[in-house]
Structures are given as structure tokens and as C-alpha cells.
Design a protein around this ligand. Sequence first.
Ligand code: 8YV
Length: 327
Amino acid sequence: MNKPRILVARAIFPETIARLEQHFEVEHNQPDEIWSRQQLADRLKDKAGAFTTGSERIDAQVLDAAPGLKIVANMAVGYNNFDVDAMTAHGVLATNAPDVLTETTADFGFALLMATARRIAEGEHFLRAGKWDRWSYDMLAGTDVHGSTLGILGMGRIGQAIARRGAHGFGMKVIYHNRSRLRPEQEAEVKARYVDKEELLKTADHLVLVLPYSPSSHHAIGARELALMKPTANLINIARGGIVDDAALADALRERRIAAAGLDVFEGEPKVHPALLTVPNVVLTPHIASATMPTRLAMADLAADNLIGFLVHGKPLTPLNPEVLKK
Ligand code: 8YV
């Protein structure tokens, strides 16, 4: 019997490709290739499944070009690259890769928080530039992390993992805002108190964004929200670009209306708003919060398991639109 044909839209681990090849005829991207939307659509024409990595847009236009497509498995927990409604309408199953990256991503959120609060990147640039010629009482003085107030916007699995680190590791007071409140026993476990968004913005010393991107979270942090924050506060974004208005943030940082920011994600990445590149009080990283080899391998395995689970055994692991399975 012919094996189902699948497309892997970005270069991934050779061992994941080898696993997929046991079950499928695999067409895959080379490390130096990035396909245009048209090239992606052309390659999906004769495929039953696709493996994406979080940045390939799967919408009605692409789906119209792929009549035999049954599943797209995202190697990412976020799936704002999917138009899930269009996928459901086309009878295409969508899966993501939750849980396996929670702790790694929370570690990175904390690393960015620490680097931002304690001005580690600025300190390194200062030293490398040969500017360190004496001790001075306020040289690169930052903000304390221990005992401060940690604010979390978006309290899913990663938000809770960050709350645990803050409360149990650094004795921080943790407040959060989310579409829905945690159950009392969950709040007790992560030692977090629910507040409204305004109180969160006004009270947090370190505000970490961990909410999913959707039209309703577009520019959830803009000029108005930044104006509510303390001038000593730090903002950390490990969620998605587009949640923060990067131009408004660059203005707030330049005018020291907030102390600093740590950003792993950007509107329009991999391009970065040029104004952010000119302010010193921001730590910028290229969307690497989940980037440890064991975690990336676990994410790739989960995406592969979804393809194998569904196309070979009829049972995906982490479906986003399970209603497709009933059809
Ligand atoms: C991915 C992520 O590496 O899982 C997510 O949602 O943001 C990252 O872990 C990213 O999506 C790659 O585009």
C-alpha cells in the first residue's frame, strides 16, 4: 500500500524526519530554504498531512489549494499561524504542541526577567565597550527581583510555571489577570492572586506577558496600558509579537516612563521595530524561549506523533478542532 504523503515545511531534526519516513512519503524543506506562501500551497496540493513550525500561515487560501489535506501539526504551543475556523470548515484537523515546552519556556521567561531587572545585557555591552574604569555607587543599578511584585498577564500552563518560580523561588508576591480565574486550589498552589487588568498594570514591578495572540489580544499593551505602569516597572514579553505595540513601547522606554523591557517576540518578526534597536534599556532575543535541544526534540516528536496518530491510527494526541474527527 502506498504511504500517505506529507510535507515538512521547515528543516527539523533528521531523527524526526527518519521517524516520519517509517510511515509517510516525506517532502521536506532544506535548512537554507524558506518557502513563500505560493511555494507552500503548491507543495501541499498532493499531501495528506503537513508539519509546520509556528510561522507558516494556514488559511482558506492555502487550504483551497490542498484538497487532500487532512491534518496540519504545529511544532509550537501557539497556533496563531492557523485559521482554525477555516481549517474546520475544510475538514482539516489542527494540532499544536502543548506541555512539553512549559518548563523550558518558563525558565526563559525568568531569565529574561532577571536579565532585564539586573541590566545584564547592558552591563555586558558596557564592559565590552571598555567603559568600565571605576566603581560607582549607581553603576548599572537595577531593580530587585526577590520580594517584588510579579504580575502575569495570561495564566495558562506557562503563566503558572512562571508564578511558581516567582513565589517559591524568589519570594515574590504574584498577581495575575486572565480571561478566566484559576480554581482556588490552583491559585493556592502557585500563590497567585487574581486582579483586574488595571490593577495588574499599576501594581506589578515585573509584568510578564504569556497570553495567546488573537485579534482580541492585539496591542493588549499599548500607550494607554504603558502609561498605567510604574516608572520603575519592567515588561517581559515571551508570548507573541503583536500583543505589544512595539512603537509605543520604544517611546515609553526612551522617555523612561517604564524602566526596561525584555522581549523575545516582535510584531512582524524576524524584523524588529527599528526604534527598539536604538533604546538601551531593552533586552532583545530572537524568539528562543523554547530553544533547548531536549525541548525542541520533544516538540518535534509531539507534532510527529500527532501526524502518525491521526493518519496511521486515527487518533491525534492534541487536537485543536476535535469536531473535525466526528465528521
Ligand atoms: C516556537 C513558540 O519555537 O511554541 C510556541 O508557541 O512560540 C515557540 O516555542 C515558535 O512558535 C517557532 O515559530
